[in-house]
Ligand binder design. Structure first.
Ligand SMILES: Nc1ncnc2c1ncn2[C@@H]1O[C@H](COP(=O)(O)OP(=O)(O)O)[C@@H](O)[C@H]1O
Ligand SMILES: [Mg+2]
Length: 279
């Protein structure tokens, strides 16, 4: 059984003329690092909301089709129950820090405390999560004293400590500098490799996606325009967003007759080096 099974999902927000998701079907197996790309308004955030149950339980509107996520029928499952199995992380880590606790360690433990997890287990899970997200050395600090990348790792740790089966992240690096972005991609790749959780990531960071993700789903106008391994998708002519700088450079070199007219275009730096070597 797949972790995510969406069949013919069409969804419209209340009082809107056009659906935000249109006849969308998508299956995601356990253990996949799945990324979602697309232009503004394509429906990426709406897809994240559906996976977490915010659609239809917070944003009402009209939903047809079936959505099974982490063993739940999304339409039938209350948000609180979904939250135990699907973690959602947003763009701005600052907004996700509860502010209710003084230290990074307490912030990570907060959700478990609320769940009434026994103290010994809470402490063990908290330390484990601090180590996994590289925050052990910062555990005594105030969450507000962290860099953007560290704060986002804290937001991820606070969600992951609940042991969700699926981690959904909506542009989690859009407020981060390149170093912070790299930290987050490295962490997500590690989590997936270790089998901690499956990941659905919305991101514009095509180079990092090309390096780490298993799959790229291209959304356009609420529909799936393309779906496949990063190599095939990110170098494709039909991608509605510009490719990585390496793909763009290679395409230009090809157009100007400076590179072979045949063969795959590069996505990552490593592939670009190989591509231009043979040019
Ligand atoms: N809360 C909302 N109410 C009504 N329409 C919305 C709401 N949020 C998003 N939309 C619309 O749904 C469509 C998809 O938006 P969204 O999922 O935010 O796209 P993306 O995240 O890819 O930019 C857009 O047409 C947008 O205007
Ligand atoms: Mg969005």
């Amino acid at each position: 059984m797949n972790l995510v099974e969406l069949h013919n999902i069409t969804y419209s927000y209340p009082r809107t003329a056009q659906p935000a998701l249109r006849d969308l079907s998508l299956a995601i197996p356990q253990g996949q690092f799945c990324t979602v790309v697309g232009v503004n308004g394509a429906g990426k955030s709406t897809l994240c909301y559906l996976l977490a149950g915010f659609v239809p339980h917070f944003y009402h509107g009209e939903l047809t089709g079936t959505a099974q996520v982490a063993g739940h029928d999304v339409a039938q499952t209350p948000l609180a129950e979904m939250a135990a199995d699907v973690g959602l992380v947003f763009a701005n880590p600052f907004n996700q820090i509860t502010g209710a606790r003084f230290s990074v360690r307490e912030e990570v433990a907060f959700g478990l405390e609320n769940m009434g997890i026994p103290r010994a287990e809470m402490l063990a899970r908290t330390e484990e999560m601090l180590a996994l997200t590289g925050l052990s050395d910062l555990a005594e600090r105030s969450p507000y004293a962290l860099s953007g990348g560290q704060q986002q790792r804290l937001a991820i740790a606070s969600v992951l400590v609940m042991r969700p089966r699926l981690l959904v992240l909506d542009e989690p690096t859009s407020q981060l500098d390149p170093a912070g972005t790299q930290e987050i991609f490295a962490l997500l790749a590690k989590l997936v490799r270790r089998g901690e959780t499956a990941v659905v990531l919305v991101s514009h960071e095509l180079e990092w996606i090309g390096q780490h993700a298993d799959r790229v789903v291209v959304l356009d106008d609420g529909r799936i325009l393309a779906d496949g391994p990063p190599r095939a998708i990110l170098a494709s002519e039909m991608l509605p967003i510009p490719g990585t700088r390496y793909t763009q450079a290679a395409r230009r070199a090809r157009a100007e007759g400076l590179a072979p007219a045949q063969g795959e275009l590069p996505v990552t730096l490593r592939e670009a080096v190989a591509f231009f070597r043979q040019a």
